[in-house]
Design a protein. Structure first.
Length: 263
């Protein structure tokens, strides 16, 4: 693709339509019009996107959305159900730190991983927690703390399970220059009056450091609870992933998070 065309595409996605108030910042979400028109290519124009949404066939996190500027953030589940197709996508980061729509199965589209921002007590001592995507859930498990990851059932809006934020778990970086990298937490440094620092190691043995607020826990140990995108080479019949080469060389198409490497 010519350099001029790539610059034009980047310019178009920077000029995003504003989304409703109350959601995350502008740079950390993708509106539905960009997903349907620019990424999935289901529509050619702005009006075609509106026509598709008005048929009430697009769902975000288990709810029908007709607002063309409705934002979808990290780990958001976008589903398209028509008479001819039934597709589900999860919004993740690639190794370059850009949004990528990853196709998922129906079972995975029924739940969502959410990072816990805070756990507090409201009126009459009712406990509740806040998640990174603006959700408020009352009466959570007392063992759930800030920075943990919960597995939320999108149909019942209840917590099914949770992952403790601890050394040895697999995480994905969601901010700063290492955004999109996946690895295992090796060390946690606490600095009084400053930001906590995490040291993360990928499958190639490369270690990097980032702030605690830039990390999203994906699973317990080295096993992620969600599937991660793969790449396939056109020159060979076997899958050749730039993220997980070690996991795919043994004939197993399952994705081990330790082999997700930034290139």
């Amino acid at each position: 693709m010519p350099q001029s065309i790539r610059c034009l595409i980047n310019l178009v996605e920077h000029l995003l339509p504003s989304h409703p108030l109350g959601h995350t910042s502008q740079g950390s979400v993708l509106p539905l019009v960009i997903i349907m028109r620019n990424r999935l290519k289901y529509a050619l124009t702005y009006r075609e996107v509106i026509s598709i949404l008005m048929q009430r066939q697009v769902m975000v996190d288990g709810k029908v959305r007709t607002d063309k500027t409705y934002p979808t953030g990290f780990m958001g589940k976008c589903s398209l159900s028509t008479s001819s197709t039934n597709e589900n996508f999860c919004l993740l980061y690639d190794t370059k730190g850009r949004f990528r729509l990853h196709s998922v199965r129906d079972e995975e589209s029924k739940f969502k991983l959410c990072k816990v921002r805070s756990v507090q007590f409201g009126q009459k001592g009712i406990p509740y927690l806040n998640t990174y995507d603006g959700r408020t859930i009352r009466y959570p498990d007392p063992l759930i703390k800030a920075n943990n990851t919960i597995k939320l059932d999108l149909e019942s809006n209840k917590i099914v399970d949770f992952i403790k934020f601890d050394v040895g778990n697999v995480v994905m970086v969601t901010g700063d220059r290492n955004r999109g990298r996946v690895g295992v937490i090796k060390n946690r440094e606490k600095h009084k009056g400053s930001f906590e620092t995490l040291h993360i190691q990928d499958s190639q043995g490369h270690e990097f450091a980032t702030r605690l607020g830039n990390v999203f826990t994906l699973g317990k140990g080295t096993k992620p609870w969600v599937s991660l995108p793969q790449r396939f080479s056109n020159s060979t019949s076997s899958p050749c992933s730039c993220y997980l080469p070690a996991a795919l060389t043994n004939g197993n198409n399952s994705l081990d998070v330790l082999d997700w490497v930034k290139i």
